[in-house]
Design a protein around this ligand. Structure first.
Ligand code: UDP
Length: 327
């Protein structure tokens, strides 16, 4: 094991984290992963474990001591550990708020000691119910009431952004903050609510494809490998320091159309059914109608953006094998 690592990846056994670790390793970088395996899986990093350049620590970002030790061993930190998926957030609100807020606080505090560069993963959820599509990073955010706990996720991530920006402004800590828009790809689980792996699982196993609401809500889906291209390019861009940057595709698709494409591309006979929101989610849920990023800042900084077409993405996920569906 090296005395120092090029990167600490928190949440490195998760979906985005494990793809990122594979990439870093293929580029010859040494990586230390901190993950509590709450939603990440050892299976995701199995192939990496045999390398001398890779080290896995099972632990939580809520442990100040563990976070300090990990950050001290690494040149840069990519902080991805967070509560995952809408369902998880609604079912476990305390864990969501604590993990997202205290975890990031611990990482930033530890990084401050040696002025270690930190990447903070935020989310398009932060825009909430804003109707000003496409969403610009400096646009107003519109969240629902605190009685609807879906909004705790957006609010906790917004607080992470405030805190990271404050560390940058007050202490000069180099931070890069990205808002990811519906990142998908091979190996993503449908267990925590994510729509694409669920639809593909349903289509490939002959179950009904469950579209929540009337299916007119839209999303823009980005392929994980392209999101990682952007993440790493932004970490290498001095101009990205101290900024919040949208990372997503601009190809907007309704969820009903997504279901149709999945059905067609997979050659499935599954029927597409509309499930009312009251049946799909516990009380306290509100969906977002449209979610599209303005990516001019991203392009201005690094000249690239996620651009794989949704049909290509669906094919890649299908090729990889049947994703885990809802539990
Ligand atoms: N959705 C759906 N069927 C499912 C899972 C999700 O129609 O089995 C819908 C969900 O209500 C939302 C969209 O798909 O409108 C995207 O949901 P996801 O949880 O993937 O991401 P997010 O809501 O965070 O964008």
């Amino acid at each position: 094991m090296p005395a120092r690592f090029d990167y600490l990846v928190t949440g490195g056994a998760g979906f985005i984290g494990s793809h990122l670790c594979e990439r870093l390793q293929s580029e010859g970088k040494s990586v230390c992963v901190l993950d509590d395996l709450s939603t990440g899986h050892l299976e995701n990093i199995k192939e990496l474990q045999s390398s001398d350049n890779f080290h896995f620590i099972e632990g939580s970002v809520l442990s100040v001591e563990t976070v300090n030790d990990c950050v001290d061993m690494c040149e840069e930190v990519i902080h991805l550990a967070a509560a995952v998926g809408v369902e998880n957030v609604i079912k476990r609100p305390v864990e969501t708020i604590e993990t997202n807020v205290s975890g990031t606080e611990n990482v930033l505090r530890a990084a401050r000691k040696n002025n270690t560069k930190v990447f903070i993963a935020s989310t398009s959820e932060v825009y909430g119910k804003s109707w000003k599509v496409p969403f610009k990073e400096d646009g107003d955010i519109v969240l629902g009431p605190t009685s609807r706990n879906r909004w705790s996720y957006a609010c906790s991530k917004a607080l992470d952004e405030f805190l990271a920006l404050a560390y940058n402004h007050s202490y000069g800590l180099p931070v890069v903050i990205c808002r990811f828009f519906n990142t998908v790809g091979p190996r993503q689980s449908g267990r925590y609510g994510m729509v694409l792996p669920r639809f593909i699982n349903q289509a490939l196993t002959g179950q009904p494809i469950t579209v929540f609401g009337n299916g007119t809500q839209t999303r823009c889906f980005s392929l994980v490998s392209e999101v990682i291209d952007c993440l790493l390019a932004l970490m290498d861009s001095p101009d990205a320091v101290g900024k919040v940057i949208n990372v997503g595709s601009t190809e907007e698709i309704t969820i009903l159309e997504l279901a149709r494409r999945v059905r067609e591309i997979s050659g499935s006979n599954s029927e597409i059914v509309l499930v009312p929101y009251e049946k799909a989610y516990p009380p306290g849920f509100e969906d977002m109608q449209r979610r599209v990023p303005d990516i001019s800042k991203l392009i201005g900084l690094i000249g690239i953006c996620p651009e794989a077409a949704i049909d290509t993405i669906i094919r890649k996920v299908i090729e990889y094998g049947i994703p885990e569906g809802a539990q």
